[in-house]
Design a protein around this ligand. Structure first.
Ligand code: GLN
Ligand code: ZN
Length: 575
């Protein structure tokens, strides 16, 4: 391919190697050296720009001695070490530096004065004719433009920089470097003012939230008793059958549900109409679960479009853009909420629906929340506080919701953390610290309840087999975890790690529209019970059902309940 490009007269080719910003072994460096030497030998007329991003490159000597013509380095997410290495080691005379200075992973206006200072330091080592100013990574991770965001508070909007605005920042920086700051004085001043106004917003400087964080050390982040004791207390309280069945929370969001939400948002329906509709949905959902024979019920989450947006709209500290779409994967896009200010609890967010659902049935209904780490990892986050601090703000707000649910009589509460793994740093040496504060945030949110209150959590979308220890230290009474797509792997990791809390390995893949047979699910259960203790095992689908239709959901759940009954007969025969 490169030869073809060379033949066609292409001058520069960019090759992306973000892998080089992870923990690269000596053998891998050797391989990289050889590969680029061969590329050079075979396409001598082509100039290669090697891009790295998302982190700094550990071995500065190695990367700068590769036979390429330019190297792109991330000066934003590298903890400052790239600039230092550059000053210490200098820059090779045969190479161009692509200095990734504008944060490509966040949506905030840059502090251009600080960026100019950074450029001055770099330019003391690398001559301007070999220096390229660029975003820290591709602009795929940010929305296109803030131009259409007229619904936002002007101060908040003024602090945003999506892709187009980031390119404009690069233009201003270039002009300031080439022609002197006076050439772009007005633009620099406007940028300073916008950031200043944003910094001073009272909702970003709340004393009540700051004092909450200061008192963090006094808030217990563990339950009163260890799991083994809670387990007995909860067994007595709940009197569930062995191998209890449950679901992950959402039930199919039918066209009627979507339409109802739309009508209400457009003002065609008033609150009372919308609420009455929701109550009907909840009631039908409860009756359906009772009829199918599920043991622990859910209200169905019909009031939620998205599990993060729903909470963001009800907590302080969030704004929502109109067009801030970014690619999630493939052709799927998401519009992440923006955490622009201090996050705080305002009033109960889920109590009404859960309490109504519980009023309809004698079986336990699980309350349903999105956890602090998932809210953090699926939002754009302010960058003047650490992610840990923001996670703790969210956790303290959710702690109030958890306690409000408990007070209202909801004593099984699920706090979903599907995105726990997504925040894992790329460098191994940073991963423990992340997991520690992430686990702590989850525990802050969930540990205030009575020992008899059962905390559930749910995880999916990722491979979790290498973080079972962190998952155990969440100390959730029950976890339901997606495993039907990576089944072998997750199960075998339980051969090595003893998992000693309640656990449901999803017994079928909800992402597929087919109806799994009883035998298929029985087989999953048997395999899981070879490595997990039956007293601790739960039976559930591997994720929420919201993207499925009722046509496949109902028979699938019926089969699941049958598989559970068969497994009970097999593993819990009465003596
Ligand atoms: N409770 C959520 C649901 O059932 C969990 C969604 C998720 O895991 N992403 O929809
Ligand atoms: Zn899930």
């Amino acid at each position: 391919m490169l030869t073809e490009l060379e033949r066609e007269g292409v001058q520069w080719v960019q090759i992306d190697e973000p892998y080089l910003a992870t923990n690269v072994t000596a053998d891998e460096w050797k391989l990289v050296e050889n590969l680029y030497r061969r590329i050079r030998e075979q396409t001598a007329g082509l100039r290669i720009m090697l891009q790295t991003y998302f982190e700094g490159v550990d071995d500065f000597e190695k990367i700068t001695s590769l036979s390429v013509d330019g190297i792109g380095l991330d000066f934003v997410h590298d903890g400052g070490k790239t600039a230092k290495a550059l000053e210490q080691s200098g820059w090779p005379e045969d190479k161009v530096l692509g200095a990734g200075l504008i944060d490509g992973r966040n949506i905030w206006r840059a502090d251009l004065d600080a960026k100019l200072e950074a450029i001055r330091r770099i330019a003391a080592v690398v001559p301007l004719e070999r220096l390229i100013l660029q975003p820290s990574c591709s602009l795929l991770h940010v929305p296109v433009s803030t131009r259409a965001e007229s619904g936002l508070d002007p101060v908040v909007r003024g602090a945003l920089a999506f892709a187009e605005e980031k390119l404009d920042e690069l233009r201003i920086l270039r002009a300031a470097v080439r022609q002197g700051e006076q050439a772009v004085e007005a633009e620099l001043a406007a940028s300073r003012e916008a950031l200043n106004a944003f910094r001073l917003l009272p909702e970003r400087n709340r004393e009540d939230v700051a004092s909450g964080l200061r008192q963090l050390a006094d808030i217990p982040d563990s339950r009163n008793r260890p799991f083994s004791e809670r387990f007995e207390l909860q067994r007595n309280k709940w009197q569930l059958p062995p191998l209890p069945t449950t679901t992950i929370g959402s039930f199919p969001q039918t066209p009627e549900v979507r339409q109802a939400r739309l009508k209400w948002r457009r003002g065609e329906w008033n609150d009372a109409q919308y609420e009455a509709f929701m109550k009907e949905q909840i009631e039908a959902c409860i009756r359906l679960q009772e009829e199918i024979g599920i043991d622990v019920l859910v209200h169905g989450e019909f009031e939620r479009t998205d599990m993060v947006e729903y909470f963001g709209e009800k907590l302080d500290g969030f704004v929502f853009t109109r067009n801030g779409w970014v690619q999630s994967y493939g052709s799927r896009c998401v519009k992440p909420p923006v955490i622009y200010a201090d996050v705080a609890f305002v009033q109960p967010m889920t109590v009404k629906e859960s309490v109504y659902a519980q009023s309809l049935t004698d079986r336990p209904v699980k309350g349903m929340l999105t956890g602090p780490i998932t809210i953090l990892n699926w939002s754009f986050v302010r960058d003047d506080l650490s992610r840990e601090q923001v996670a703790n703000q969210i956790a303290l707000a959710l702690r109030q919701e958890v306690l409000a649910l408990e007070k209202a009589g909801i004593e099984m509460i699920q706090v979903d953390e599907p995105a726990l793994r997504e925040g894992l740093p790329l460098k191994q040496e940073d991963q423990d610290a992340y997991l520690q504060w992430a686990v702590k945030a989850f525990r802050l949110a969930t540990s205030g309840v009575k020992d008899t209150t059962q905390i559930h959590t749910h995880m999916c979308y990722c491979e979790f087999h290498d973080m079972i220890d962190a998952i155990r230290s969440l100390d959730a009474d029950v976890i339901s975890i997606e495993s039907s797509r990576s089944h072998g792997e997750l199960i075998s990791s339980f051969e090595q790690h003893d998992y000693d809390h309640g656990i449901g390995l999803g017994v079928y893949d909800i992402h597929s529209p087919r109806v799994p047979s009883v035998e298929e699910m029985s087989d999953m259960i048997d395999r899981a019970l070879r490595v997990l203790r039956p007293e601790l095992f739960w039976i559930n689908p591997d994720c929420g059902l919201k993207t499925r239709g009722l046509a496949e959901t109902v028979p699938a759940l019926r089969n699941m309940v049958q598989a559970a009954q068969a497994a009970r007969a097999q593993h819990f025969q009465r003596a």
